[in-house]
Design a protein around this ligand. Sequence first.
Ligand SMILES: Cc1cc2nc3c(=O)[nH]c(=O)nc-3n(C[C@H](O)[C@H](O)[C@H](O)COP(=O)(O)O)c2cc1C
Length: 262
Amino acid sequence: MSRRVLIVHAHPEPRSLNRQLVDEAVSTLLQQGHEVMQSDLHAMGWKAVFDAQDFPSRANAKRLDFIAESGHAFANGLQTADVEEEQRKLLAADALILQFPLWWFGMPAILKGWVDRVFAYGLAYGWQGAGNRYRYGEGGLQGKRALLSVTVGGPAEDYAPRGINGPLEQLLFPITHGTLFFPGMAVLPTHAVYGTGRLDDARVAAARLAWQARLAGLFSDAPIAFRPQNGGDYPDGHALAEQVAPGQSGLLAHIAETSPDR
Ligand SMILES: Cc1cc2nc3c(=O)[nH]c(=O)nc-3n(C[C@H](O)[C@H](O)[C@H](O)COP(=O)(O)O)c2cc1C
């Protein structure tokens, strides 16, 4: 079955590993019969900073309230053209892939700026104008899949369960859980290439093959079993019920025990 995939990527160098992985994804997905859309943020000259220029027709000219202006602009067709175009692509997509180098344990600022500006109030949060009624598993992006593909300078040992940097999936939790699951997407376990500082041609070729194999499961692999807000685990919509994940606290408590990612 043919589906639409949006790849948002954040690397300016055409010969970089990141761009090679984008090329691999495009050809693999096309071969699988899917339609591919791309947002090459550097080539687009994407404006990374969310600021007053995002709201040319303000609801309140006296004080900039980002959430209120985001909701007002989204609901009334007053967003900037670049943001509207990215939302159109995102809404048309069945799956979103974010391809980026790990920079300071997160995504590069240009990609964070894509999220800040494109994930508007009324779409990615405050869905249907209902505040936090729909979030974590439900919302404007429900029904879509999401996958992070990350290149990591450090070796895999540094990101192992007891590695010095901490496990990559936990470091990326604010993106997988807080950014992608929040508006309703089903998020797959992160795909990573480690030790990117020392990759020779053979290892780059191996990384391309591994990415190809991962992409085969884009529409069939099991997502991370994040607990949905309205699935019963959070009776008041805020905190886990006492009997759920008893004695546990912190990020991992929000992933069901059945998940392979725990
Ligand atoms: C600003 C910056 C921050 C970085 N932060 C990290 C980091 O937190 N952890 C890590 O393992 N590598 C880090 N790196 C290394 C990058 O992950 C690495 O250069 C990248 O994966 C290589 O991919 P590329 O060839 O596509 O640029 C950082 C690199 C830069 C330039």
